[in-house]
Design a protein around this ligand. Structure first.
Ligand SMILES: NC(=[NH2+])NCCC[C@H](N)C(=O)O
Ligand SMILES: [Mn+2]
Ligand SMILES: [Mn+2]
Length: 300
């Protein structure tokens, strides 16, 4: 694993309609992410936060079924440039959200450095909607589709190329809430999904072993996009779109430890921490615990 790492915060809450997720980066920093990584001998450069405009009804007009399109796309373009620059400097980008719409910018900045970027989408949701299929108009439900080149040009064409990733290089882990249009896209594109059903049947250990083997074989880099709502809301309550029946903290820890051992990750992001909905910063603290394991913390 690259020991030089850059942390980038994205206080984005315009990709959905519950306020508070903009405080996610602060909450994760407050829970001690930098110290945790420095203890593991990483050289950390925290670049601060990408600018995000504040919700203001006057200039936040909805474009068709895409809420705050302009503001979401502007911040994501900047995020893409920041991430791109860090990879250019040979630094591992660790992006802290913010709602999941920020995966549009992070992947735009990352994917141009790889021919076959793999993506592990750890999430209760598929985030495979477009303006046409979305039941909510919330862009945080669309980033994975956008990265496949499906969606508004202002989102899909950030940094002037599209698509960012190939459907066969995606593995979704933890899904339990998929909209009809998302199911159709998964079938049509043949995207690998380990839903809660497969995780219950096979166990997280086998699911991650298969995921790692599969991605190792055919990709030249792997990005982890971890939405905290992949975890069960009883354990991680500080998220805007909770879905019951999720992954436990232990299962998630195991997944991170196995990724750390396999040493395949080249970038990562942790998103959707909403401190307003949280219980004493528990969800952000959990995110930092997972980050610790992902980057090499061991019990012995
Ligand atoms: N990143 C997330 N938490 N996404 C939730 C998406 C929920 C729903 N599928 C929608 O498109 O509105
Ligand atoms: Mn989600
Ligand atoms: Mn998500």
């Amino acid at each position: 694993m690259q020991k030089n790492m850059s942390i980038i915060g994205v206080p984005m809450d315009l990709g959905q309609n519950r306020r508070g997720v903009d405080m996610g980066p602060s909450a994760i920093r407050y829970a001690g992410v930098t110290e945790r990584l420095e203890n593991l001998k990483y050289n950390i450069n925290d670049l601060g936060d990408v600018p995000v405009s504040r919700p203001d009804e006057k200039d936040h007009v909805q474009d068709g079924n895409l809420r705050n399109l302009q503001q979401v796309s502007d911040s994501n373009r900047q995020l893409a440039e920041w991430v791109d620059e860090q990879i250019g400097k040979d630094r591992f980008p660790l992006v802290l959200g913010g709602d999941h719409s920020i995966a549009i910018g992070s992947l735009a900045g990352i994917a141009k450095h790889y021919d076959n970027l793999g993506v592990i989408w750890y999430d209760a949701h598929g985030d495979l909607n477009s303006g046409e299929t979305s039941p909510s108009g919330n862009i945080h439900g669309m980033p994975l589709a956008v990265n496949l080149g499906i969606g508004h040009e202002r989102l899909a064409n950030i940094l002037d190329y599209t698509p960012k990733i190939k459907p066969e290089n995606i593995v979704i882990v933890g899904a339990r809430s998929l909209d009809p249009g998302e199911k159709e896209l998964i079938r049509e594109k043949g995207i690998t999904v380990y839903s809660m059903h497969e995780i219950d049947r096979l166990g997280m250990s086998r699911v991650m072993a298969e995921t790692i083997d599969y991605l190792k074989e055919q990709t030249d880099g792997v990005h982890l996009s971890l939405d905290l709502d992949g975890l069960d809301p009883e354990e991680a309550p500080g998220v805007g779109t909770p879905v019951i029946g999720g992954l436990s903290y232990r299962e998630s820890h195991l997944a991170m430890e196995m990724l750390s051992e396999a040493d395949i990750l080249t970038s990562a992001e942790f998103v959707e921490v909403n401190p307003i909905l949280d219980d004493k910063n528990k969800t952000a603290t959990m995110a930092v615990g997972l980050i610790g394991s992902l980057f090499g913390e061991k019990l012995k």
